[in-house]
Design a protein around this ligand. Structure first.
Ligand code: SF4
Length: 324
């Protein structure tokens, strides 16, 4: 329930009123919003180091006298983690979970960090989260601010996302799987979603040349049949610029999912979404009982809206077979 907020101290460019560097740093204005596994990992680290020490103090992780883990130490830890994960996968006969050797050499902190960034960026509003949380990079707004995404550097993560989104097409593949398993589908964009699900190949991993980014952009520009998963709004968005209620700019090729609005003509839902739509209101009601009345009322209104959306799905959805 709720969100975990992590408050941290930062040191770079922290000065007092006379412009002198403050070596003790200061608490960041914006906290990290973290998921439960991150909080659990911090709790484990807290058990490993005495109170008041850095969580990554080199003394306790490497037996060194001073300082905290540096890039070299982190790289070793990533290598150890991969070895451990593969040993566990082998011991439990989970061959699909084996982490293969990387053709580009050992995974190091820089690439690991970029991988994390990729996962954050693919969440609704994730680019904004990146702009806040990877705060030491230069924050600029590029042409894609047309989608009002905060970004870090021109062409950086967006290039990666364009390629990955175009290649992965995982939302369309997942939708195809759900329909094949007999799930019903509903929503004004159902026909476009069915077309996308029928025509998008499954992504099984491949290395692409740098020039592929142009092809990826062309793919994403196919207005109306690129599907975007929106787990926060519990729907799939078959993004069509002209009918989008989240007000994307005229040349945007992605929705502003963090501002998804009810009643949009690009919405599609499956039975899985409806099931989640019915589960979430119970959580909201539970939370509402514990909050001040004005906030509680808002949460209950929201819960009612989600129940109504689930009911609409139940009464209007059909199988893919019936729609053909
Ligand atoms: S408002 Fe419409 S276009 Fe925007 S994210 Fe929601 S469903 Fe997609």
């Amino acid at each position: 329930m709720g969100r975990h907020l992590i408050r941290a101290r930062h040191f770079k460019n922290v000065t007092d009123t006379d412009g002198h560097h403050v070596s003790a740093g200061e608490i960041c204005n914006v906290p990290w919003v973290a998921i439960a596994p991150v909080v659990n990992a911090i709790r484990v680290l807290e058990q490993m180091v005495p109170d008041g020490e850095h969580l990554f103090a080199a003394t306790h992780h490497f037996g060194k006298d001073t300082g905290v883990l540096q890039a070299g130490g982190l790289n070793l830890r990533i290598k150890d983690f991969i070895t451990w994960a593969n040993r566990e996968a082998a011991a439990r006969d989970l061959t699909g979970q084996h982490i293969p050797d990387d053709p580009h050499g050992p995974m190091q902190a820089g690439r690991f960090r970029r991988t994390l960034a990729w996962h954050i960026a693919r969440r609704p509003g994730g680019l904004v989260a990146l702009a806040i949380q990877y705060g030491h990079m230069r924050t600029v707004l590029d042409a894609r601010t047309s989608s009002r995404y905060g970004t870090r550097s021109r062409g950086g993560i967006h290039t990666v996302l364009d390629v990955e989104t175009a290649l992965a097409a995982d939302t369309a593949a997942r939708l195809r799987d759900r329909l094949a398993a007999g799930e019903h589908i509903s929503g004004p964009a159902t026909q476009r979603a069915l077309t996308a699900a029928a025509h998008v190949p499954r992504f099984e991993g491949r290395i692409v040349p740098r020039t592929f980014v142009n092809k990826a952009r062309a793919y994403l520009a196919r207005d109306g049949i690129v599907l975007f998963d929106n787990p926060d709004a519990l729907l799939i968005c078959a993004f069509k610029r002209d009918s989008a209620l989240c007000e994307p700019d005229p040349d945007a090729n992605a929705p502003r999912q963090y501002d998804c609005r009810p009643g949009c003509a690009n919405t599609v839902r499956t039975d899985t979404h409806a099931r989640l739509l019915r589960a979430r209101p119970d959580e909201l009601d539970h939370l509402a009982d514990r909050l001040p009345p004005p906030v509680g009322r808002r949460l209950r209104t929201n819960a009612g809206r989600l129940r109504a959306a689930a009911g609409t799905h139940d009464s209007t959805s059909q199988t893919a077979e019936a729609l053909r």
